[in-house]
Design a protein around this ligand. Structure first.
Ligand code: ADP
Length: 191
């Protein structure tokens, strides 16, 4: 299996690049943000719970997120591999993912980290907020909070995957196509 963690701060372009990569490599896209938003739209219990955290720019608790992610992997029995987008975001999530994949006889192939400077992130998120309808993209305070949470809890996962020799940084500035090409170069060297 080819299992990729597509990593980076809010606004780095994970969703855009994921969509292109799953097509090219025939993988399943699992975006925890998308799954939460779908549940919020449908008004499920999970959606109601997630909403209270997402609207503040905080993380949804680990046990909720991990359980949801594992259920999604389990329901894709035919998958040739996954692009994990927005997961893991904490050390506990990364450890849970390793244990879970290992119980299924597979593992993470690489973490591809999109690198974008903070000022560019804020600009991109506010721009996306104009059309996405995402409340968390429209408020500079919430955006600041999300970037802060990323710095405090999530960025450290680069070390987690570097320790397993699985971390690859990729410049996340430039045209969408040039960034896809950089990612594909890394992936082609893996497969
Ligand atoms: P972003 O553009 O900020 O990366 P996402 O769509 O990935 O946005 O996630 C939106 C929100 O969903 C996050 O700010 C967070 O509240 C919640 N969320 C997404 N993934 C996770 C996760 N792995 N753990 C906890 N909360 C998450």
């Amino acid at each position: 299996m080819l299992n990729l963690v597509l990593f980076g701060p809010p606004g780095a372009g994970k969703g855009t690049q994921s969509a292109l990569l799953i097509d090219k490599y025939n993988l399943v896209h699992l975006s925890t943000g998308d799954i939460f938003r779908y549940n919020m739209k449908e008004g499920t219990e999970l959606g109601k719970l997630a909403k209270s955290y997402i609207e503040k720019g905080a993380l949804v608790p680990d046990e909720v997120t991990i359980g949801m992610l594992e259920a999604e992997v389990n329901s894709n029995t035919e998958a040739k591999g996954f692009v994990f987008d927005g997961f893991p975001r904490t050390n506990a999530q990364a450890e849970a993912l390793d244990a879970f994949l290992s119980s299924k006889g597979t593992s993470i192939s690489a973490m591809l980290a999109l690198e974008v400077a903070e000022q560019e992130l804020v600009t991109r998120l506010l721009e996306r907020g104009k059309s996405s309808g995402r409340a968390d993209d429209q408020n500079p305070e919430i955006i600041k909070n999300r970037i802060q949470v990323y710095e405090n809890e999530t960025a450290i996962l680069k070390d987690y995957y570097a320790a397993q020799n699985k971390f690859v940084g990729v410049k996340g500035i430039g045209s969408i196509e040039s960034i896809t090409n950089s990612l594909c170069k890394v992936i082609d060297a893996l497969v």
